[in-house]
Design a protein around this ligand. Structure first.
Ligand SMILES: [Fe+2]
Ligand SMILES: [Fe+2]
Length: 473
């Protein structure tokens, strides 16, 4: 079904055919807009932004581009087309037809999964709300706003599922998604990373590279769900999510490119001299990377998890690209896990179903490495002998078995005291943050870039880099 834009809520789910649901969502809509005005991108309500809007859910020409003021963005409900005879691909119900309604016994864990995913979407908009004031270019400003409106739409996607399939409880959860706020001491967002403030663009690019990629892996595993409306919703969210990670990967590449230009011009990688020239030195880049990578790893949850096991067993949440595996039930399979043990490690064999978080996390880490390979090619070509690396997954963890011990970025264990003493070598210090903040000056001349970042290789939708992507009021 194509997307109907004549409706108050654009959709391809025949909302007009279900008046009660339509009314409930139309009741939620003004609350969403109030939230957007209060906690969305600060002070840019009147700006004309060159944004893409979904016009179909198939790969061929799924979006149109045009100038929109963000509060007028057409947030809607878009599901990927149904496959006619989809069957459950994993767990105890393997091979049975997928569900079009929520089975009673899975109602509460399924609602929990949807709420947890839904909570991250508005959280990220809240985290990023001040960044418009210090954007390094109009191109970047537009990308930020594109991400923000799409995260708003992802909230709509989850709210639709709550309203359509979870009755009164679902409607209450939808209200609460607007009541919790990132960093709020009384009503914080559910997951830790989404309460970390993002007030500089280096953090934004790290977030969109590492944390949006966690989102990709969560969505990919929900796209396998036996609950078909959830699977179809997340499939389309993934299409939009790709742009967010593109912003992260290319943003970080541009930061490195600029840093390398400065290093080459000076013939030195001395951090103080790189900073002196207004670029971000590589050790600072690495510390930000260490922070956001380790924080994002926590989002996958504990290595051994009975929740993860039951989500898999019941068919609620699979593995990303489940079809790549041969054993889709994982009843007897086991997984080898290295656990901290008296300063060293010991290997434990746990049931594969209990290790599903770790399976996801491992796939995620491999995906993260791809960007690092590309960035390191830039470093290599520059002739300097420095590289960026992913820290060990044992480093700086707050959740899971490695949260009980302290490790350096190579994964070697050390005492809490030693970690405290050396942590400024590995994680952004107060003075790193002050330095990075100092660079964040707003640039609004079309085509011009802040001194700490190189221009992109091309513009959006084949437009020139100096196109006026945002017309400020
Ligand atoms: Fe999202
Ligand atoms: Fe995203």
């Amino acid at each position: 079904m194509s997307i109907d834009y004549n409706q108050r809520i654009p959709n391809n789910v025949d909302l007009a055919g279900d008046r009660a649901l339509q009314r409930a969502l139309e009741h939620w809509q003004p609350r969403f807009l109030d939230w957007w005005k209060e906690l969305g991108p600060s002070d840019f309500a009147a700006a004309d932004v060159y944004l893409r809007t979904a016009v179909g859910v198939d790969a061929a020409g799924w979006a149109s581009y045009g100038r929109v003021r963000m509060p007028d963005y057409r947030w809607g409900i878009f599901l990927a087309d149904a496959a006619s005879d989809r069957h459950i691909g994993f767990g105890d119900h393997l091979g049975e037809p997928v569900w079009q309604q929520v089975p009673g016994e899975y109602r509460s864990p399924l609602r929990r999964l949807i709420v947890t995913q839904g909570d991250t979407e508005p959280a990220s908009v809240e985290q990023q709300r001040m960044l418009g004031h210090c954007a390094p270019s109009l191109y970047d400003l537009r990308n930020l706003f594109q991400i923000n409106v799409e995260e708003g739409r992802h909230l709509w996607a989850m709210v639709y599922l709550l309203h359509a399939y979870f009755g009164r409880d679902g409607r209450e959860e939808a209200e609460e998604l607007l009541e919790r706020h990132s960093g709020d001491p009384d009503k914080p967002r559910i997951l830790g990373t989404f309460n970390e403030p993002i007030t500089d663009w280096l953090s934004l690019f790290m977030f969109t590279y590492f944390t949006d990629r966690d989102g990709k892996y969560q969505l990919k595993s929900l796209a396998e769900s036996a609950f078909d409306p959830l699977a179809r919703t997340t499939q389309f969210m993934l299409t939009e999510e790709a742009h967010h990670m593109f912003v992260g990967e290319t943003g970080l590449a541009r930061v490195l490119k600029r840093t390398l230009e400065v290093m080459t011009a000076q013939g030195s990688d001395d951090p103080a001299r790189v900073r002196g020239a207004g670029a971000i030195d590589l050790p600072t880049f690495q510390r930000y990377l260490n922070f956001w990578f380790s924080s994002s790893l926590d989002l996958f949850g504990s290595e051994v998890s009975s929740n993860a096991a039951s989500s898999f067993a019941s068919g609620l949440k699979g593995r990303p690209d489940e079809a790549q595996y041969t054993d889709h039930r994982c009843v007897d399979a086991s997984y080898e896990l290295a656990m901290p043990d008296a300063g060293g490690t010991r290997v434990e064999h746990v049931l594969m179903r209990n290790a599903m978080n770790e399976v996801l996390r491992t796939a995620y880490v491999r995906d993260c490495e791809l960007g690092l390979k590309r960035w390191n090619r830039l470093l290599e070509r520059s002739g300097f002998d420095v590289r960026v690396t992913l820290p060990s997954a044992r480093f700086n963890r707050a959740i899971g078995v490695w949260s009980a011990v302290r490790c350096d970025p190579s994964g070697a264990q050390l005492s809490a005291k030693e970690f405290e003493r050396r942590k400024d070598e590995w994680l952004p210090s107060a003075s790193d943050r002050a330095f990075v903040h100092g660079l964040m000056q707003r640039v609004v001349v079309p085509g011009r870039m802040a001194a700490w970042i190189a221009p992109p290789e091309r513009g959006i939708n084949n437009l020139a880099i100096d196109y006026e992507y945002v017309h400020l009021a």
